[in-house]
Design a binder for this molecule. Structure first.
Ligand SMILES: Cc1cc2nc3c(=O)[nH]c(=O)nc-3n(C[C@H](O)[C@H](O)[C@H](O)COP(=O)(O)OP(=O)(O)OC[C@H]3O[C@@H](n4cnc5c(N)ncnc54)[C@H](O)[C@@H]3O)c2cc1C
Length: 413
């Protein structure tokens, strides 16, 4: 890669990580007058990484502020949440209007809005130098880039975080999620009528299954062409069950997560057998349609700092919240906007970054705490009295329906 050197004129931002947080930061900083370069380790497309995403109002608001206008609808509108018991009866229902979008849809929107010539794939950050006047990113291929600020948007395994906070590592939450997307066309009419248009839940003992509709491939929102996204949380002990789930058919145990095609056949077969045993009949039928389920071990990360001189840490690099709050992308978006706002208001980069940290650190910790409460019910082990109290509360259908995937608690005092 060519060296990226500083020029006179606009201040330059170096963004490490070209996924959601990276692109959101890049767009927000470019709008604030920065000359922005994005450096992404992966060579080629990132599409297809995630599944369904709840388009929180906070995300939509940030889109508006950075000038992103989705062409057409952002996703599928749902208005009701239903809880099914294990006999298949709908025992509780609430109204809750939300837009369900997908990782691919949001990523495409962001990627298209950012100039391709400033997005550098296959460029892995390895080291950072900074002084009172600038910051230099050094990459694994020997190239480097100079800027006024560096944004660590490099996700759960963040190199930037490791450089500044080597002691902060992902902490396994005690459970995993089986996830997947099922084509709407595969749903038989009876199952479609029961499940497809709603945000549906069921609560087997110490487990949670949920599902909701999202757009089909290429954001196809036409009835018949959409997909159903499911997330099935299951406890798995850290030292026995988790390594077994992450061991492929060749006997290799993967760290943190396992690529979907490598999940051992026996692991998938056992999961399918359990689905027949423990889920509500609607979800049992749905799971039979799931062709490529993937496994996501759930981790927590929380940092004590987000600003290090001219270096800012945000998105999943700073805080990884368990998915129950539906906060990942909305949090990344608000981090990005807060950073751009702080840089616009403060007299210099370092005080801007301190201001950014002051605005976002507490919110990151609140989201993490909330996600831990919501997830305590499915943890393999509940270590503290607080976790046991949370587990009791979040086993109730009322609490699950009211509190999953909403960020309303952030406006509470
Ligand atoms: C596999 C997966 C599935 C997900 N599914 C969902 C979902 O369905 N719903 C939802 O709400 N959220 C989901 N999330 C979480 C959500 O995408 C994130 O919370 C949110 O998008 C913020 O992500 P991020 O950009 O901070 O981190 P990430 O999406 O993890 O991106 C970090 C990027 O940094 C790059 N990178 C890492 N190290 C370096 C380096 N040294 N140099 C250069 N680049 C580097 C990585 O390749 C990656 O592209 C998922 C995340 C992952 C990883």
């Amino acid at each position: 890669m060519a060296q990226v050197t500083r020029q006179t004129g606009a201040p330059r931002a170096l963004v490490i990580g070209g996924s959601m947080s990276g692109l959101l930061s890049a767009l927000a900083l470019a709008r604030g007058g920065f000359d922005v370069e994005v450096f992404e380790r992966v060579d080629g497309a990132l599409a297809g990484r995630g599944a369904g995403i709840v388009a929180q109002p906070q995300l939509i608001e940030v889109f508006r502020k950075v000038g992103l206008a989705p062409d057409g609808e952002l996703g599928v509108h749902v208005s009701e949440r239903h809880m099914f018991d294990l006999a298949g009866r709908c025992t509780h229902r609430t109204r809750c209007a939300q837009i369900m979008t997908s990782w691919d849809r949001v990523f495409d929107l962001l990627k298209t809005a950012f100039p391709a010539t400033r997005y550098h794939g296959a460029t892995e950050l390895s080291r950072i130098d900074q002084s009172g006047t600038g910051v230099t990113a050094h990459f694994a291929d020997g190239s480097r880039a100079e800027g006024d600020i560096l944004v660590g948007a490099d996700g759960i395994r963040s190199t930037v975080r490791q450089l500044f906070l080597p002691d902060v590592t992902p902490r396994y939450a005690g459970y995993t999620a089986w996830r997947g997307l099922i084509a709407e066309a595969a749903f038989p009419p009876g199952l479609h009528a029961a499940l497809f248009e709603i945000f549906a839940f069921c609560l087997p003992p110490s487990e949670q299954m949920l599902g909701y509709p999202v757009a089909g491939p290429d954001n196809d929102l036409r009835p018949g062409h959409r997909r159903y996204n499911f997330v099935w949380y299951r406890p798995a002990s850290e030292h026995e069950e988790l390594p077994r789930l992450l061991t492929d058919d060749r006997g290799r145990t993967h760290a943190l997560s396992i690529p979907p095609p490598l999940i051992a056949k026996g692991v998938i077969a056992a999961m399918r057998a359990d689905a027949e045993r423990v889920l509500a009949p609607q979800f049992r039928e749905m799971m039979r349609l799931a062709t490529q389920p993937f496994l996501q071990p759930i981790y927590d990360i929380a940092v004590p700092r987000m600003a290090f001189g001219r270096v800012a840490l945000l998105g999943d690099a700073a805080f990884v919240a368990r998915p129950h709050v539906g906060a990942g992308v909305a949090k990344a978006a608000e981090d990005a906007l807060a950073l751009a706002d702080a840089l616009a208001e403060a007299p210099d980069v370092e005080s801007a970054l301190r201001r950014f940290e002051a605005a976002r650190l507490g919110i990151g910790h609140r989201i993490i705490a909330r996600a831990r409460h919501l997830g305590a019910y499915v943890q393999a082990e509940r270590r503290t009295a607080e976790e046991r109290v949370s587990a009791e509360r979040h086993r109730t259908p009322e609490a699950v329906l009211a509190e999953t995937a909403t960020l309303d608690f952030l406006s509470e005092p």
